[in-house]
Design a protein around this ligand. Structure first.
Ligand SMILES: [Zn+2]
Length: 445
């Protein structure tokens, strides 16, 4: 058998079948896809590879899927911290966005995010932001994979004048990236409180026609529920259900406020949840009942949310927080074991966006989105269980190599398709501009 690349790690965590850990196995890649996983002795005999990489002490995992972020918001990292959601949004983030967010901002911010995520083993992310075609451009030029959101809001921005305008601009991007191998699109109405019934219904109709998911912030805080009861006489989830948005295409972000009947309805409809534990903790939004959702059979993925509310795009760390928080919330140490957390950060994220046939696990035939993590570091020694070390002890500096569709994007921790120095310089220029405009002091260094 001929392969382009043959990897010999010490362990492979394929994610599917669940809980399996292959020892002394190798992974072969050909034409951007996983050709085979087989015992290393057999691989060395049977596979002629263009390139062979020995990875002693490394574990191979599927590329991580960051199921919810606002990539360009890296440029607002640390701009406004330690505030409740509505104060943070209304008094800080939305005014700053109205003033600063243009295509150049989105390009610079997304490049910084892509660099951070790739170096942390994130091979695919789902994004919601203004100027999504610019986001797609930054992702495509880096060779990463993304689901880019067709954002919809009632209020105007520099990107669009009206809800109708947002939809029209989103559809243009959809057409432009229709056949791109790495870019998919989804509808991204911001939230029930920022989008009225008319545009939500239009989004539902178009999503059905185009067969794309709808991803939306939902039940993020108790406040959101109270406001909806006052304005509409119903909870936001009930409102979306009435408008026909609750179905297998629904990807609900946050879901910290959930009644039993809502969990049952979501499970029955085949909807998905993206859990963003660190954003929820930082904004004191509440706790997503992850163990109860999983028990009910709901697919739960993990997202970092934007860098203005986290403040990093570190999915390895987010996976650990998700596993720990789930135990605290469920008052059960067996809630979300390490292997379940890894699954949520990979295959479940892929499934939420209909990509589980293509990515999310290391299986022959799937795209070769692969990450090698070096567990030889003192922080992760000794090793009884690779998955336990990965989830509970490893840091993202241990991500050594990253491939997307068989193309190596990170080698020895360094990017091959991005110029890190110029990306950082550009981000600093933006920070100087924003800090001067907002009358803020800028930290030096
Ligand atoms: Zn968000």
């Amino acid at each position: 058998m001929h392969a382009d690349l043959l990897l010999h790690p010490t362990w492979i965590l394929p994610v599917d079948p669940a809980d399996s850990c292959l020892v002394e196995h190798s992974l072969a890649i050909a034409d951007g896809r996983i050709l085979a996983l087989l015992p290393s002795g057999q691989a060395r005999e049977q596979i002629q590879a263009e390139r062979v990489l020995d990875l002693p002490g490394h574990v191979l995992i599927p590329g991580l899927v960051n199921a919810h972020t606002h990539a360009a918001m890296t440029l607002m990292r640390g701009l406004a911290d330690d505030l409740p959601l509505m104060t943070w949004l209304n008094d800080h983030i939305w005014p700053a966005e109205r003033r600063w967010v243009d295509p150049d901002f989105v390009l610079a911010g997304t490049r910084l995010a892509v660099l951070e995520m790739l170096r942390g083993g994130v091979t695919c992310f789902n994004d919601m932001y203004f100027f999504p075609a610019v986001t797609a451009q930054a992702v495509a030029e880096a060779g990463q994979r993304a689901v880019v959101g067709m954002i919809v809001l009632d209020f105007p921005s520099r990107f669009a004048e009206s809800a109708e305008d947002y939809v029209a601009l989103g559809l243009q991007m959809h057409d432009r990236y229709r056949d791109h191998p790495l870019i998919r699109v989804a509808f991204a109405p911001h939230s029930p409180y920022a989008v009225s019934d008319g545009p939500l219904t239009r989004v539902r109709t178009l999503a059905d026609e185009l067969e794309v998911p709808i991803h939306v912030h939902l039940h993020e805080t108790q406040d959101e529920i109270v406001q909806s009861l006052q304005a509409h006489g119903e909870r936001p989830f009930a409102r979306l259900d009435r408008l026909g948005l609750v179905g297998p295409g629904l990807v609900a972000i946050h879901m910290t406020q959930l009644e039993d009947d809502e969990i049952a309805r979501l499970a029955e409809a085949g909807g998905h949840v993206v859990h963003c534990p660190e954003s929820n903790l930082k904004l004191a939004s509440g706790f997503c009942p992850v163990a109860r959702l999983l028990e009910a059979g709901v697919n739960v993925a993990i997202g970092t949310d934007g860098a203005a509310s986290n403040n990093d795009l570190n999915l390895l760390g987010e996976m650990r927080t998700a596993a720990l928080l789930a135990k605290g919330v469920a008052r059960s140490a067996s809630a979300v074991p390490a292997a379940a957390a890894l699954r949520m950060a990979t295959l479940s994220g892929a499934r939420a966006f209909g990509l589980d046939e293509e990515i999310g696990s290391l299986e022959p035939g799937k795209a070769a989105d692969v990450v090698a993590v070096d567990l030889g570091d003192s922080h992760t020694q000794p090793i009884y269980s690779p998955v336990s070390q990965l989830v509970y002890a490893a840091g993202r500096h241990q991500v050594r190599h990253v491939w997307v569709a068989g193309r190596q994007l990170i080698r020895d921790g360094q990017p091959l398709t991005l110029d890190a120095a110029s990306i950082i310089a550009e981000a600093r220029l933006w920070a100087e501009r924003i800090a001067a405009g907002e009358g803020r002091m800028l930290g030096r260094g």
